[in-house]
Design a protein around this ligand. Structure first.
Ligand code: ATP
Length: 269
């Protein structure tokens, strides 16, 4: 058969406890979770949930994590695709994958569909460099068709992540499609501390580690960077034969991550 693998959902074990520092988004998320858990309660009161929600934020700010947490909390199947996968595919494959995923999700509803890197296929049509991005346009058109094709009562929620909302085709943002947005920003100091706390849960820390201080010294770090920092610190402790991760491990890890980034920045003009 074609490359159109059958869509298979995951069971997400991620919960809201795994997500920190995004208090502002939490109320909206709670509502979405409640809806997926008991859609009939919303319907009885005449409340209509959006079909599509856009998760907007820079890389590593937890968009995928949040989508997984919503599925995990609501205990619904989690379908995911990354739109960037379609770019290199043969014409028609992306559209077929999208169609297949929506079809399967409808059978398993209530369900959550997550489209990562929506901008990879969702850029405004007709502005592609060199034109003729057939695959991209077909995939985008299929997403639009599918979103128009299911009704509110089918209890499917589509979440899509992007860090470039500015380039999205306006057709995606029309009512009945991705008409709601949740914005995730780079975490401020308190949020960074909360995120660090999530990631040190299984890490034995020495008494001299002060996470408030670590948070203060990691301006500009995303959630993914902070996760990475904790892991680098733990690796440092292993390397130095320590039985706990101490403040020095964090310092070294931080220096290494920051220097690594500066080196990368110098390499890419
Ligand atoms: P990208 O745009 O690069 O796909 P993303 O916004 O989807 O990034 P995630 O893949 O969700 O980011 O984040 C990567 C990892 O960073 C997560 O699995 C999680 O471990 C950690 N992380 C990011 N944000 C948070 C957060 N708010 N709380 C806890 N952990 C976080």
């Amino acid at each position: 058969k074609s490359k159109a693998r059958r869509a298979r959902p995951e069971t997400s074990h991620t919960t809201l406890d795994d997500v920190a520092g995004i208090e502002s988004a939490k109320r909206e998320i709670t509502e979405i979770i409640d809806f997926l858990k008991s859609p009939e309660r919303f319907r009885r009161l005449g409340a209509v949930m959006p079909k599509g929600v856009l998760l907007v934020g820079p890389p590593g700010t937890g968009k995928t994590l949040l989508a997984r947490a919503i599925a995990g909390e609501a205990d619904v199947p989690f379908f995911s695709i990354s739109a960037s996968e379609f770019i290199e595919m043969f014409v028609g494959v992306g559209a077929a994958r999208v169609r297949d995923m929506f079809q399967t999700a409808r059978k398993e509803a209530p369900a959550l569909i997550f489209i990562d890197e929506l901008d990879a296929v969702g850029r405004s049509r007709g502005t592609g460099l060199g034109g003729g991005h057939d695959e991209r346009e077909q995939t985008l058109n299929q997403i639009l068709t599918e979103m128009d094709g299911f009704e509110e009562h089918e209890n499917i929620l589509v979440l899509a992540a992007t860090n470039r909302p500015d380039v999205l085709d306006s057709a995606l943002l029309r009512p009945g499609r991705f008409d709601r947005t949740i914005t995730l920003d780079r975490p401020h100091k308190d949020a960074r501390e909360a995120i660090l706390k999530v990631h040190v849960r299984k890490v034995p820390l020495a008494d001299d580690v002060n996470l408030t201080e670590v948070a203060a010294r990691t301006i500009g770090f995303s959630g993914a960077d902070l996760k990475n920092l904790v892991n680098e610190a733990a690796l440092t402790a292993v390397r130095e034969n320590k039985d706990k991760v101490d403040a020095q491990c964090f310092d070294e890890a931080r220096d290494r991550l920051i220097l690594g980034e500066e080196r990368d920045a110098r390499l890419t003009p």
